[in-house]
Design a protein around this ligand. Structure first.
Ligand code: ADP
Length: 204
């Protein structure tokens, strides 16, 4: 990084940006195997929060790879850079006062820790989609497991590339046992318990 780059302190603070939206920003980081339900649950929570009047933003794996990260592939170093950029973008969105939902396989503990460390304590909420591989493979919503098993996709997480399960995720959801509504309810309960959202809508 150039030593000529100086950090500018903005006149409007992070707290002021959140206060005008009457909310407390945080990042919900959905991690889990392909087909574990990250996208489905993040979208459903996004809708639930939006209807309660909260300002949210959803960052999703494939969408980010179409734009911001379209120069990145699936090598180890590109996977690290993929998550690093998403973490930094998530941070900028929370700095703007939003509740951010990010849904990425993010298989490596060290990458998730790197993102966690960007945030003040309590603002990074790791949501582990603890759906068994067998269920994910059976669903195979994008046909990717079939291709991975046939050797047409290399380094596919859960097949020939590891997934390091979080040991201390703030929330664990197994969508083979919980419905979409169950998952959304338990996430809403978590946010209410932590005082990040309020029963009667916005307030901060
Ligand atoms: P990911 O984003 O983790 O790759 P997706 O959300 O894209 O996973 O895919 C999960 C698939 O499982 C979807 O086709 C969804 O409809 C299906 N599904 C079935 N039951 C559930 C559930 N209880 N929660 C989430 N997804 C479910």
């Amino acid at each position: 990084m150039s030593s000529n780059i100086v950090w500018h302190n903005h006149k409007i603070t992070r707290a002021e940006r959140a206060t005008i939206k009457h909310q407390k920003p945080c990042l919900l980081w959905f991690t889990g195997l392909s087909g574990s339900g990250k996208s489905t649950i993040a979208n459903a929570l996004d809708v639930a929060l939006h209807h309660r009047g909260y300002h949210t933003f959803l960052l999703d794996g494939d969408n980010v790879r179409h734009g911001l990260n379209k120069d990145l592939g699936f090598s180890d170093s590109d996977r690290v850079e993929n998550i690093r950029r998403i973490g930094e973008v998530s941070k900028l969105f929370t700095d703007s006062g939003l509740i951010v939902l990010s849904a990425f396989i993010s298989p490596f503990t060290s990458d998730r820790r790197m993102v966690r460390n960007l945030f003040p304590a309590g603002e990074f909420i790791e949501v582990f989609m603890d759906t068994p591989l067998a269920t994910c493979e059976e669903r195979d919503p994008k046909g990717l497991y079939q291709k991975a098993r046939a050797g047409q996709i290399k380094h596919f997480t859960g097949i020939d590339s590891p997934y390091e399960a979080p040991e201390r995720a703030e929330v664990c959801l197994d969508t083979s046992e919980m419905t979409v509504d169950d998952c959304v309810d338990s996430l809403i309960d978590y946010l209410l318990e932590r005082g990040l959202i309020f029963q009667n809508g916005q307030s901060a």
